[in-house]
Design a protein around this ligand. Structure first.
Ligand SMILES: O=C(CO)[C@H](O)[C@H](O)COP(=O)(O)O
Length: 245
């Protein structure tokens, strides 16, 4: 049994890197870039670093402290979103990619900054391995960022909303190493295991109306392209047609 999971993990890493490499083709000299968070986004940051060390001139806004640290290590020029409030392109990973390139994000806890940066970008390219493609969002528990004050009251409000929308499942406060997980912005995360979410837009709208919810991981209408690497090669999906190009 030893090492049974290793080939799949190694394959997954190779697929993430293949998607990241294809995303580099979207980057042009002089661009203002948003850098996502997570293992797939890290692969892109590392490859971008190689290009920058080879002379490519871009400036980058990271979506997390972790990405900022990696980007600094590989030699990228960093700026804040206040320095560059409008970006040309953001490249980020996702936990799920559904129809019309609606996404679930926030598995890494960076969804708030990720959404702000994506919204400030002219284009958002999502990079992923094919395991992230789903027919209906919701297999991955939906991350919901909340303020620490009244966290339990907010959790119950989320449950009431879910019930009103016919959704069932556990909503748990995220922990890490036995402690409540705290985001870069000082907030908590609820992970909502609703299962299939038939109407993501209605859920997004409802969550946005709950006091205490800072942001949620449903990214609707933000991704313009998804670059998805699978065993059969790299597939490029666009939001308008959601077809291979
Ligand atoms: O939303 C995210 C972080 O908040 C990540 O993009 C998402 O969790 C995917 O991560 P990975 O590329 O490691 O699978």
């Amino acid at each position: 049994m030893t090492g049974e999971g290793e080939p799949m993990a190694a394959n997954s890493e190779a697929l993430k890197r293949a998607a990241a490499a294809r995303a580099l083709e979207e980057v042009k000299p002089g661009m203002r870039l948003g850098l996502g968070t997570g293992s797939t986004a890290n692969a892109f940051v590392e490859l971008l670093g190689e290009r920058v060390r080879g002379g490519l001139d871009v400036r980058c806004v990271p979506t997390s402290e972790a990405t900022a640290a990696l980007a600094g290590q590989v030699g990228l020029t960093l700026a804040t979103l206040d320095d560059m409030p409008e970006l040309d392109l953001t490249v980020d990973g996702a936990d799920e990619i559904g129809p019309d390139l609606a996404l679930i994000k926030g598995g890494g806890g960076a969804l708030l900054r990720e959404k702000i940066v994506a919204a400030a970008s002219g284009a958002m390219v999502v990079i992923a391995d094919a395991a992230k493609l789903v027919g209906t969002l919701g297999r991955f528990p939906l991350p919901i960022e909340i303020v620490p004050f009244g966290a339990e009251a907010t959790r119950r409000a989320v449950l009431r909303l879910a019930e009103a929308q016919g959704l069932k499942g556990e909503v748990r406060l995220r922990t890490r190493d036995g402690h409540v997980f705290v985001t870069d912005g000082g907030h908590f995360i609820l992970d909502a295991g609703f299962g299939a979410i038939p109407d993501p837009a209605a859920l997004a709208c409802g969550l946005a109306g709950i006091a205490g919810v800072v942001e949620h991981g449903l990214f609707i209408g933000l991704a313009t392209k998804a670059i998805v690497a699978g065993d059969g090669g790299v597939q490029v999906l666009t939001r308008s047609a959601n077809t291979e190009s």
